[in-house]
Ligand binder design. Structure first.
Ligand code: CTP
Length: 413
């Protein structure tokens, strides 16, 4: 309707200038190329919800490759990649954001005498292949229809009624990552599941649909969840729905406790990940590591976490402890410091570490008469230990103990 179109034009006007310029460029390109073009999916959903969105997806009813190249002439700072085989193109901007261009027709597939397809049905099919009704809307960007909402599957109504609803009941079988996406969208926007969607989700979990999913794609999806502001309630849903049990083969002691929220100041994917494992024993963490493929930093930190935690089960002197804490990645220490079982000892050690105020270095030791060699490192370590254990607390005392140690060493030679 005209009112709806005006609402959308108003919403589009509130977007950042660069986004508006991009949409204008797409509109002008569509005129030039004489084809229909739509912005689709997450962008439309977030526009109607008035929440910011990052990446834009376009669907062109016409030649995608030609469209992408024509668009490039209007946005010179982008870098174009074409995937002829999949009929898609991607333009990446210097800040890392990107736009995807899908096409209902790709020159590679066209052949002489091919019948022109019925335009409307192309877009309809494209939208029907998507996951949820709220992600299946499009906005036309052609001059005469600019701002017109295309909503074949009731997406707008589901947005208003705050529902996650699949488009068809084999949606999760077609693509099991959608089970995780359903949970992510529901908790991100605080929406409910439509009844048949929730039933289908449970059926899919029970019938083992997840086994069709690769470890890589599963990992990708759960890391997307860990990046979300509401990742803790998403995590609880992954556990309570039985999805995690189905994937990992048993119930594990996942920690998605709201008390353990990682504040925005110390936000880091790695920290969130480590904290979510904090209630598991080492064997359980091994099971997790077998069922996800983490990047090197995440994997190394997970292993360092298990190792440091095991070391802390034994009695340790303060300098042994200091050594271990200094060696471990910072986020591993932060995770254990948040754990009631280790908090006191770690805090004590870190506080003792903060009292260290060493002026002494290798050069000073050489001036005091020591030769270059391993003794220098040993004496520095002993002086550090004296600070840690509280045996010295001033620069004079440090000088004194250093002199004693140097003299003992020189005498020994
Ligand atoms: N899509 C889908 N099934 C998937 C992944 C994506 O149907 N498994 C469709 C949806 O229409 C979605 C669009 O592709 O809106 C773009 O996907 P993506 O960029 O992953 O998601 P967004 O909806 O943009 O969500 P986000 O805000 O998390 O980026």
């Amino acid at each position: 309707s005209a009112a709806m179109r005006q609402d959308i034009l108003d919403l589009l006007e509130c977007l950042p200038k660069e986004t508006q310029n991009l949409l204008e460029a797409v509109k002008d390109t569509a005129e030039e190329e004489e084809c229909s073009v739509y912005v689709v999916g997450g962008f439309v959903r977030d526009l109607l919800l008035s929440v910011p969105t990052q990446d834009l997806d376009f669907v062109v009813e016409g030649s995608g490759g030609q469209f992408a190249q024509a668009l490039m002439r209007r946005i010179p700072n982008g870098k174009l990649t074409q995937h002829i085989k999949f009929g898609t193109a991607q333009i990446v901007f210097p800040d890392g954001s990107h736009v995807d261009i899908a096409s209902t027709r790709w020159e590679h597939y066209s052949f002489p005498g091919a019948l022109p397809q019925v335009e409307e049905s192309c877009l309809r099919d494209d939208l029907f292949r998507r996951d949820f009704t709220i992600n299946s809307m499009a906005i036309c960007l052609n001059t005469d229809r600019y701002g017109e909402l295309v909503d074949y599957y009731g997406g707008k109504q589901d947005l208003q009624q705050r529902k996650i609803r699949f488009l068809h009941n084999i949606s999760f079988i077609d693509d099991p990552t959608r089970m995780l996406r359903a949970i992510r969208f529901a908790e991100r926007y605080q929406f409910d599941f439509a009844k048949e969607t929730l039933d289908a989700l449970h059926t899919a979990i029970e019938t083992g649909v997840l086994s069709k999913l690769s470890v890589e794609r599963f990992t990708e999806e759960i890391l997307l969840i860990y990046k979300e502001a509401n990742y803790l309630t998403m995590g609880q849903l992954l556990v309570n729905s039985g999805l995690f049990k189905a994937w990992f083969g048993k119930d594990l002691a996942w920690n998605f406790n709201l008390e353990d929220a990682v504040g925005s100041a110390e936000w880091s994917l790695n920290l969130r990940w480590l904290i979510s494992l904090a209630k598991m024993d080492s064997l359980e963490i091994d099971i997790v590591l077998e069922r996800v493929i983490l990047n090197k930093s995440l994997r190394d930190e997970t292993i360092a976490y298990v190792q440091l935690r095991e070391s802390l089960q034994k009695p340790l002197t303060i300098s042994e402890m200091d050594h271990l804490l200094n060696k471990a990645p910072k986020r591993v220490v932060t995770t254990l410091a948040r754990d009631g079982r280790y908090n006191k000892r770690i805090t004590e050690c870190l506080e003792a570490g903060q009292r260290i105020n060493m002026a002494l270095d290798g050069k000073t030791l050489i001036q005091m008469g020591l030769k270059q060699g391993p003794e220098i490192g040993e004496i520095l370590a002993q002086v550090r230990m004296a600070w840690l254990e509280g045996r010295i607390s001033t620069a004079e005392e440090e000088q004194g103990i250093a002199r004693q140690l140097v003299n003992a060493q020189v005498k020994r030679r």
